[in-house]
Design a protein around this ligand. Structure first.
Ligand code: NAD
Length: 522
C-alpha cells in the first residue's frame, strides 16, 4: 500500500490537468492515508462515448412497462443486498465512516429506496386523467414518459446512497444513467457498477465516468436529458449555469445550515441525544447536519451540560471497529475550513466547551467539538461547517430562533424540539426550509416516500417521493375529443360578432362575480 500525506496535496496536483502523471486520481483511506487505488480522469471523448452507449441502451429499456422495469431493477437491489458486507467494507475504507453508518446511511438506505420505488412506481407513473372544468367536450390525461439519459454528479459525503438512490429512481422511470462520482471517493461507484454488470439489465444502461470537475463539466457537455447535481453551492451555480446555457433541466441539491430550534418545553435527554447524533454522525459531513443550535434560555444550561457529557462519551477512532461512534473526516481539505470557522468564533467570544482540535496521530480525525456562547456575528453561525462542530447560541424566544433560522442564504433542513408536537409543527411551518423534522434529526433523507430538497441557495427540484420520481419523466399531456362538436369548434375561423357576443356572455356567466341570475341576463 502506498502512503500519501493528504487529499489536499493530491487533488491540487490533479487540478493541473493534462500532465500524464496526473491523469488518474488516487482514492485515499482517510483513517490512515493509504492509497486504496487509482481511477482515470476520463477524457471528454470517453464521456461522450459513455453517453451515446447509454442513449442506445435506453431506447429499448424505455419500451418496457414500468412494472417490468421495476421488477428488473430489483435484481440490482438484490445483488447490492447480497454484497452488503463488501460494500460496507469499501465505504469504511474510502470514507472513514463507522461500519454502522456505512450500513445504515448508505447500503440499507438505497435498498429501502429501491424497494419503495419498485413497489409504487406503477401507481406514481400511471397515466392520470384530468377533468376539464369548462371545455367538458374535451378529455385530458397526463403520461409520465422517460426522459432519456440522466447525468448524475455526486459528492463524497454519501458516495453510495446519494448517487445510487438517484440511479434507482432514474432507471425505474425508464432512463439510462451516466454517473460522475466525486474524485474524493470514486471506488465505491465503480463497485456499484461492477454489481450492476452482474444483473441481466443492459450493461450500458448505467455507466460510471470517473474524474474531477472537468469530467463533470464534460458530462454536461455531452448533453444528458437531465442533470441531478449534489454538491457545494459554488459548484452548483456553475453547473446550473452550464445546464441553463443548454436548456438542460436540472435538480440542485446543495449545501445546508440546519438549525436545531430548542424550545422551552423539551425532553432534555432526547433533545441532547438527537442533536449530538445530528451534529456528529458522519463526522458532521452531512448536508443536513445540525450546524447550529438555537436553545431557549430556559433550557439552555441544562441542555448544554448534557450535550457536553454525551459528546465526551463518544468513541472516536478506527471506523472499522463496531464500537466506534465517530470516524475520520473523509476529505482532508475540509479540516482547515473547520479550524478557521472555530478560530473566527473563538476570536469573537465563543468558548470551546469540548474538542476544538484534530486528534493526534495518523488519519484525518477532528474531535467532536461543542462551542458555546455563539452569536449571530460569527461566521460559524452562517457558513456551512461540514465537520464535527456544534455551535450553540442562547435565544430568548422561539420568535428569535425562527428569525435566526430564516436569516440564512441556505434553506435545506431545520429541526424543532418541543414536547408539544402540534406546537412543534406550527413552528416548523414558519421556517424557510425544504424539510423540517420535529423532535428528530437527519433521517428524513432516508424516508424514500418523502420529497427531499432545499430552497434559496440550498437548491431547487426534489429527489425522492412521488415528486422525485415524476421529475425524472417528461410530462406529456394528451387531449382528445370526448364529445365531437362536428366540423368546427366555436372559437375557430371564421370569427364573427355573434361568436364574440356568445364568448363575452360565457365569460361573464362563468367567471363574473355576484349574482348568477343577474350575470345570465346581463
Ligand atoms: P463539490 O461541489 O466540490 O463536488 C460535487 C461534484 O461536482 C463532484 O463530483 C465534482 O467532481 C463535481 N464538479 C466539480 N466542478 C464541476 C464542474 N465545473 N462541472 C461539473 N461538475 C463539477 O461538492 P463536495 O465537496 O463533493 O460535496 C460537499 C457539498 O455537497 C456540501 O456543500 C454539502 O452540503 C453538499 N451536499 C448536499 C446534499 C443535498 O442533498 N442537498 C447532499 C450531500 C452533500
Amino acid at each position: 500500500m502506498e502512503h500519501t500525506q493528504s487529499h489536499t496535496k493530491t487533488t491540487s496536483a490533479l487540478s493541473t490537468g493534462s500532465d500524464a502523471m496526473t491523469a488518474n486520481i488516487p482514492s485515499i483511506n482517510p483513517a490512515n492515508g493509504q492509497v486504496m487505488g487509482r481511477v482515470p480522469i476520463m477524457s471528454e471523448g470517453a464521456v461522450k462515448e459513455a453517453m451515446s452507449r447509454a442513449r442506445e441502451a435506453q431506447r429499448g429499456f424505455a419500451k418496457e412497462s414500468v412494472h417490468r422495469r421495476a421488477k428488473r431493477v430489483l435484481e440490482f437491489r438484490d445483488i447490492i443486498v447480497e454484497h452488503t458486507d463488501e460494500l460496507v467494507d469499501a465505504l469504511v475504507k474510502e470514507c472513514g465512516k463507522p461500519r454502522l453508518e456505512a450500513l445504515g446511511h448508505e447500503v440499507a438506505t438505497v435498498a429501502n429506496l429501491a424497494t419503495y420505488y419498485a413497489k409504487h412506481a406503477e401507481r406514481i407513473l400511471s397515466p392520470r386523467d384530468i377533468a376539464l372544468e369548462v371545455m367538458k367536450h374535451r378529455g385530458s390525461y397526463v403520461r409520465y414518459e422517460p426522459l432519456g439519459v440522466v447525468g448524475i454528479i455526486s459528492p463524497w459525503n454519501f458516495p453510495f446512497s446519494i448517487p445510487m438512490g438517484d440511479v434507482f429512481a432514474a432507471l425505474i422511470a425508464g432512463n439510462a444513467v451516466v454517473l460522475k462520482p466525486s474524485e474524493v471517493t470514486p471506488l465505491i461507484a465503480l463497485k456499484a457498477k461492477e454489481l450492476f454488470d452482474r444483473t441481466t439489465l443492459p450493461q450500458d444502461l448505467f455507466q460510471v465516468v470517473t474524474g474531477d470537475g472537468q469530467t463533470g463539466a464534460a458530462l454536461i457537455d455531452a448533453e444528458p436529458d437531465k442533470v441531478i447535481f449534489t454538491g457545494a453551492v459554488s459548484t452548483g451555480k456553475k453547473v446550473a449555469a452550464e445546464c441553463g446555457r443548454r436548456l438542460i433541466p436540472c435538480t440542485m441539491e446543495l449545501g445546508g445550515k440546519a438549525a436545531a430550534i430548542v424550545t422551552d418545553n423539551v425532553d432534555v435527554e432526547r433533545t441532547a441525544r438527537a442533536i449530538v447524533w445530528g451534529a456528529f454522525a458522519n463526522s458532521g459531513q452531512v448536508c443536513v447536519s445540525v450546524e447550529r443550535v438555537l436553545a431557549h434560555e430556559k433550557v439552555h444550561d441544562e441542555l448544554v451540560d448534557r450535550v457536553i457529557k454525551l459528546v465526551d462519551e463518544l468513541r472516536q477512532g478506527d471506523p472499522n471497529s463496531d464500537r466506534t461512534d465517530v470516524g475520520a473526516m473523509t476529505f482532508a481539505a475540509q479540516v482547515p475550513i473547520v479550524e478557521s470557522l472555530i478560530k473566527d468564533a473563538v476570536d469573537k467570544g465563543a468558548k470551546v466547551a469540548t474538542g476544538g482540535e484534530r486528534l493526534p496521530g495518523e488519519g484525518d480525525y477532528f474531535k467532536p467539538t461543542v462551542l458555546t456562547g455563539c452569536t449571530a456575528n460569527m461566521k460559524i453561525m452562517h457558513e456551512e461547517i461540514f465537520g464535527p462542530v456544534m455551535p450553540v447560541m442562547r435565544v430568548r424566544s422561539v420568535d428569535e430562533a425562527v428569525e435566526l433560522n430564516n436569516d440564512s442564504h441556505l434553506g435545506l433542513m431545520s429541526y424543532v424540539f418541543s414536547k408539544n408536537t402540534r406546537r412543534g409543527c406550527e413552528i416548523a411551518e414558519r421556517l424557510d426550509s425544504g424539510v423540517v423534522m420535529v423532535n428528530d434529526v437527519l433521517s428524513a433523507h432516508a424516508m424514500p416516500e418523502t420529497p427531499f430538497g432545499g430552497i434559496k441557495q440550498s437548491g431547487f427540484g426534489r429527489v425522492h417521493g412521488e415528486e422525485g420520481l415524476r421529475s425524472l419523466c417528461r410530462i406529456k399531456h394528451i387531449n382528445y375529443d370526448r364529445i365531437s362538436l362536428g366540423k368546427r369548434e366555436p372559437v375557430w375561423f371564421p370569427y364573427s360578432a355573434s361568436a364574440y357576443s356568445a364568448l363575452a356572455k360565457a365569460t361573464r356567466v362563468l367567471f363574473g362575480g355576484g349574482n348568477i341570475i343577474k350575470r345570465l341576463f346581463q
